[in-house]
Design a protein around this ligand. Sequence first.
Ligand code: IPE
Ligand code: IPE
Ligand code: MG
Length: 249
Amino acid sequence: MSGLAAQATTLAAVPGGDAVPRHVAIIMDGNGRWAKARHLPRFAGHKAGVEAVRRVTRAARALGIEALTLYAFSSENWRRPEAEIGDLMGLLRLFICSDIDEMVRENVRLRVIGDHGRFAPDLVKLVDDAVARTARNSGPLLVIALNYGAQTELAAVARRLAEEAQAGQLDPATIDCDLIERRLDTDGLPPLDLLIRTSGEQRLSNFLLWQAAYAELLFVETLWPDFDAAALAAAVAAFGQRQRRYGGL
Ligand code: IPE
Ligand code: IPE
Ligand code: MG
């Protein structure tokens, strides 16, 4: 059964089972505009954005969301000025250093999607060590998308499958949706139920293109640094009102 069919069946089998989304992803957008509105440098917006990450990850745990995936740095964000990229990397360093103990304590499993191997070696090590420290935890998943781009993710899957087929290790006839899903960075995560984008932009910006096939989409005007526990609760409530049909009736 394909991933989508499985998702539909699970939810259908549990009346009201989709009231709280199992997996929520957020495109955290609007830091720069938040700062601009306050006549502050963009850095101030990114710093306030980290505070929002802290608030929202705690709120997600309290709501019983199993997996929260946050778009922190896209594969297109390399196009920004070098100084801003440096600021974002610095804030990521600070966030991990200051929050890893809480994650360990709170039984959070930290995971990364995307190609963070392109980051500075010390940051790669910091991220990998943090992931390793929480690997045995059994609680909610916090997934951070770092140098992530969905098209690159899918191209990498296609390339690997082609290589395996060429080496005689894979029969192309066996390639189906399940197999592709197992090769994605998100393998093992619950199906994506709700995808939120803040700041009023209504596009996916190369985020989770495969995984969002049947996710509910929610675009809110709130700028990311203003997003808080109440905003997340409102998003979850809006999700609870959606009727998911997966192509059926
Ligand atoms: C989102 O805020 C943060 C990242 C993309 C890393 P932006 O920096 O995109 O903020 P705006 O869109 O310029 O307001
Ligand atoms: C998407 O925001 C990426 C992240 C939130 C990390 P952007 O601000 O980079 O997206 P575009 O450029 O407006 O599409
Ligand atoms: Mg933006």
